[in-house]
Design a protein around this ligand. Structure first.
Ligand SMILES: CC(C)(COP(=O)(O)OP(=O)(O)OC[C@H]1O[C@@H](n2cnc3c(N)ncnc32)[C@H](O)[C@@H]1OP(=O)(O)O)[C@@H](O)C(=O)NCCC(=O)NCCS
Length: 175
């Protein structure tokens, strides 16, 4: 397993809240499911492009079975009422050699506070270290906050095959 499996970093949100960004572990499944329960239907639809209420065993296995080489996933943890909770996650999946597709979700109560941007910055650093050349994301055209997060990290629109979405890409040079 790659070194990224032990990735952990601490940061502070603009409002002063401490947050830990760390590699997703198999033992995080219950915390992930708790986070999904706190994510509203609109947010899940923005993430999965369909109205998603249930995740199959196969889907759960895919989300948790991360090898940190072809599939890298980070979770953002914040202490709530004395207990750390997952408040967001971001991942990339390698689609072609050197190219990976990204996706993010932040629980509703914590959206708009910088967590998505933070997760993206950490994933970009990891992707660059891993020798990725290009990151892409397929985003619903009306998803202004996700588009804004990608634009701040210099992603540029490219042609999408799906009329509902915009494809955003970032070419990665050396750090
Ligand atoms: C998209 C998402 C991951 C972003 O995470 P987040 O933690 O809310 O994002 P941040 O707080 O880092 O940044 C959001 C940015 O969008 C801006 N924003 C929010 N609503 C906006 C709107 N309607 N129009 C334009 N910008 C908007 C915010 O001001 C902020 O920009 P700023 O940092 O310049 O102020 C999160 O909102 C989410 O989980 N949404 C549902 C799932 C989803 O859409 N996933 C994407 C699938 S690829």
């Amino acid at each position: 397993m790659s070194q990224i499996a032990n990735y952990s970093a601490h940061a502070v949100l603009k409002d002063g809240t401490p947050v830990q960004i760390r590699a997703l572990r198999a033992s995080d499944e219950a915390d992930m499911l708790a986070a999904i329960k706190r994510t509203g239907p609109q947010s899940l639809q923005s993430r999965f492009f369909i109205l998603k209420r249930h995740f199959s065993e196969k889907e759960r296995a895919f989300f948790m079975d991360v090898d940190f080489s072809t599939h890298v996933a980070l979770a953002a943890w914040i202490e709530e009422r004395g207990r750390p909770a997952i408040v967001g996650g971001g991942r990339y999946v390698v689609t072609n050699p050197g190219e990976a597709e990204m996706a993010f979700v932040v629980v509703d109560a914590w959206q708009g506070r910088g967590i998505g941007s933070l997760l993206l910055r950490h994933l970009i650093d990891i992707a660059r270290e891993q020798g990725m050349r290009e990151l892409t994301a397929e985003v619903l055209s009306d998803n202004a906050s996700m588009r804004r997060v990608f634009a701040k990290s210099d992603f540029r629109p490219a042609r999408s095959d799906d009329p509902r979405t915009v494809r955003l890409t970032l070419a990665l040079g050396p750090a």
